[in-house]
Design a protein around this ligand. Structure first.
Ligand code: MD3
Ligand code: FE
Length: 200
């Protein structure tokens, strides 16, 4: 397992082996069944290309009323619990003090991207955010804590885990593109990204 530091982003290449990745995907199936993926709209009314849902006591939603964490899925059901093997990754790499209250699940189909943005909807930025990549390769772009300036890009592969703490926590970041069908982990292709967060 290689460890890479890029602008305070702590990247663990191949933290999860193939077996562990397949196990995580199996655990996500019932979650996606009880809390289906939805396509969020921005406050300006545009649909995002990524589809998402959450596990945990809180989930992230976005609609005409804005971005926020809330305790119910847009369709009204509670979010499913975060499976223990996912919490174990957080406890190993992010914090043994406190568990995350949100596991955001992003799904990238063919052609999906996520523009450069900051994650600022959480109450306390001193908690890190942890990301787990599953499925197709993704070109991840890292910027600065203010808009503009030079950026750096790195390919994230299935099984990679990234920890964003300290100065990286408020850095602009995004996904420029995925290499659709580059992985065989997900039968229909695409990429799942899990982000674990302390939202409140
Ligand atoms: C840096 N997700 O869900 S993961 C997001 O691959 C998000 O789905 C991307 O950006 C994805 O908000 C990137 C890496 C990541 C996640 C959260 C961060 C980087 C971050 C929070 C703060 C700083
Ligand atoms: Fe983000």
């Amino acid at each position: 397992m290689a460890r890479l530091l890029l602008r305070d982003f702590d990247i663990r290449k191949a933290y999860l082996d193939g077996h562990a990745q397949a196990q995580l995907v199996d655990m996500l199936r019932p979650i996606l069944k009880s809390a289906p993926l939805f396509r969020p709209t921005t406050a300006s009314g545009k649909e995002m290309s990524v589809r998402m849902t959450s596990a945990g006591s809180l989930g992230w939603v976005s609609d005409k009323a804005g971005y926020r964490y809330q305790d119910l899925h847009p369709k009204g059901m509670s979010w499913p619990a975060i499976p223990d093997p996912i919490l174990d990754i957080w406890r190993d790499l992010a914090s043994s003090e406190r568990d995350p209250d949100c596991c955001l699940i992003n799904y990238y189909g063919e052609g999906t991207r996520m523009g450069l943005h900051q994650d600022k909807d959480e109450a306390d930025f001193s908690w890190p955010v942890l990301s787990v990549s599953l499925g197709d390769d993704a070109l991840f772009r890292i910027g600065n804590t203010t808009r503009g300036g030079k950026t750096e890009s790195i390919w994230l592969n299935s099984g990679d885990v990234v920890i964003m703490g300290g100065p990286a926590r408020l850095a602009y970041h995004g996904i420029d593109r995925i290499r659709f069908s580059s992985s065989r982990l997900l039968p229909k292709g695409g990429r799942i990204n899990l982000t674990l967060r302390v939202a409140r």
